[in-house]
Write a new protein. Structure first.
Length: 119
């Protein structure tokens, strides 16, 4: 089970921190990622972190977003800074033992949390 939280309304230039608590699996061996879907758009990968802590980001968020994980708490975070209106979307956390599966949008999905950025 994946439980995302932390979404809400933010102003452009502001910050939001998303959390995703994972249960029912061996979290430490899984890759974890965040995907998002804006209204009318396809889902896209935002960021992913491997079981070893290596990270990868979409070009649109590089330098603004940071993904991290706390294996002791079975939780993954997405720190979102310098927010833009185009970051408005429902954000989903995703996990799977296989890194490429998370990148491709497979694996286990949470319910999503809405982030709205006003200009």
């Amino acid at each position: 089970q994946l439980q995302a939280s932390g979404g809400g309304l933010a102003q452009a230039g502001g910050s939001v921190r998303l959390s995703c608590a994972v249960s029912g699996i061996i979290f430490s061996i899984n890759a974890v990622g965040w995907h998002r879907q804006a209204p009318g758009n396809q889902r896209e990968l935002v960021a992913v972190i491997s079981r070893y802590g290596s990270t990868n980001y979409a070009d649109s968020v590089k330098g603004r977003f940071t993904i991290s994980r706390d294996n002791a708490k079975n939780t993954v975070y997405l720190q979102m800074n310098s927010l833009k209106p185009e970051d408005t979307a429902v954000y989903y956390c995703v996990t799977d033992p296989i890194y490429a599966t998370v990148v491709a949008g497979g694996g286990y999905w949470g319910q999503g949390t809405l982030v709205t950025v006003s200009s």
